[in-house]
Design a protein around this ligand. Structure first.
Ligand code: USQ
Length: 382
């Protein structure tokens, strides 16, 4: 298939570009380097530098003989996105092109505005471009488990059957996100659902939990092809952050009581899930929703696992409970369904000691470059 990856330079976008080209698809990756720009502005950086998107495409071609096409530009500009669609004529569009950091979205009015206008603006343009230039294309949108929040009932896979005063209907599962970033994903889902109803688009919305890891099947030999590995408060997800904290002797930053539960997955499983969604497309007129994670942990569970494995490696891992800068439940019920992707054939990589050791080894290699001052700055939700 001809697959357009929007946000193709990002933590998940670039590994997806390699993975799908490896599976024989014709891939174009598009990005405006927004994440690189925000990292520069906020003076944070990933564990190691990664080459530009064009350079990555060149290195990947040398390593694999597969070509990924790259375009640099801003997809919230109609003239750019329409050019890209007309040129590439995609069969499928994978939409990662969003400002992905919850703390960044809560940092200032300017950051909130950027998050809202970029995320909604790109989603809107994707819908319009599909309608105009590729009406049969399958849109695969990266949503987030955070759209549901932490309700005191089981979380279903996208939809809820409701019986009210003797009548029944099915609705999107209630959404109550915990940050402005997560709220933009709720709004994305609403926009997509509206246009699925009126224009019959075919859409898969992947409600993904926090991802961890560096290695996929495509980048095991060289960090040149690895994704950004952020450990700073803005762009690092919790497990990746704790790995870097463990190897640098920085006490693991557990927010509040640490009972916050989320559904996690290895980056290798993100690759599988996206490929499964792509190769088993949604029907026209269908908004298909999958909950994309393989196991749930509390923050305390993760801190304990990393402490144990780190101490076995001879690190002296400490844990420190910090006043929670976020506004979120620290002890709560959490039981989300997640059978859709397993039914399509997902073979989970569960969090193993071996996987943690592998991540610690790479973090140890780059330990001298770690900037401890970027690990915690305490962006407050209120
Ligand atoms: N947390 C800590 N200490 C830290 C960092 C985080 O205790 O140093 C806690 C947070 O308070 C939260 C949990 O760990 O309860 C997860 O935080 P996170 O920063 O790993 O994840 P989050 O901000 O929710 O966002 C990440 C991705 C986002 C994706 C989301 C999936 O950045 O793009 O949408 O995970 S989910 O969380 O399921 O919504």
């Amino acid at each position: 298939m001809r697959v357009l990856i929007l946000g193709g330079d990002g933590y998940l976008g670039w590994p997806t570009a390699m993975h799908l080209s490896n599976r024989g698809h014709e891939v174009m990756a598009v990005d405006n380097y927004l994440r690189r720009r925000i990292c520069r502005e906020e003076d944070v950086q990933a564990l190691f530098l990664v080459p530009t998107l064009n350079e990555r495409c060149r290195l990947w071609r040398e390593a694999s003989d597969h070509q990924v096409h790259a375009r640099i530009g801003d997809l919230s500009e109609w003239s750019f996105i329409s050019e890209v669609f007309q040129e590439f004529q995609p069969d499928a569009v994978i939409h990662y092109a969003e400002q992905p950091s919850a703390p960044y979205s809560m940092m200032s009015r300017r950051a909130a505005d950027l998050t809202l206008s970029n995320n909604l603006g790109v989603t809107f343009n994707v819908i319009q471009a599909v309608r105009e230039y590729a009406p049969d294309a399958h849109i695969i949108k990266l949503g987030t488990m955070g759209e549901y929040g932490t309700p005191n009932i089981d979380i279903e896979e996208g939809w809820l059957d409701v019986e009210h005063k003797g009548r029944r209907d099915t609705f999107l599962f209630p959404r109550q996100a915990g940050s402005l970033y997560h709220t933009t994903k709720v709004m994305d889902t609403d926009l997509l659902w509206f246009y699925v109803r009126v224009w019959g688009l075919r859409v898969t919305d992947l409600m993904q939990g926090p991802v961890y890891g560096i290695y996929t099947n495509e980048n095991t030999d060289t960090e040149n092809l690895a994704p950004f590995f952020n450990y700073d408060e803005l762009f690092g997800t919790v497990l990746n952050r704790f790995i870097v904290q463990a190897v640098t002797g920085y006490p693991l930053t557990v927010y509040g009581e640490g009972g916050q539960k989320r559904g996690y997955l290895n980056i290798k499983d993100t690759m599988q899930c996206v490929a499964l969604a792509l190769e088993n497309p949604a029907e026209a007129g269908d908004l298909r929703i999958f909950n994309q994670f393989v196991e749930t942990f509390s923050v305390n569970d993760i801190a304990e696992r990393i402490s144990r494995v780190g101490n076995e490696l001879g690190l002296n891992v400490q844990v420190k409970k910090l006043e929670n800068p976020r506004k979120e439940a620290e002890e709560h019920y959490y039981n989300p369904a997640h059978t859709g992707l397993l039914d399509l054939g997902l073979e989970p990589h569960y969090l193993s000691d071996e996987a943690l050791r592998e991540m610690m080894q790479i973090a140890l290699k780059y330990r001298p470059q770690v900037r401890e001052d970027t690990i915690f700055r305490g962006v407050k939700w209120n």
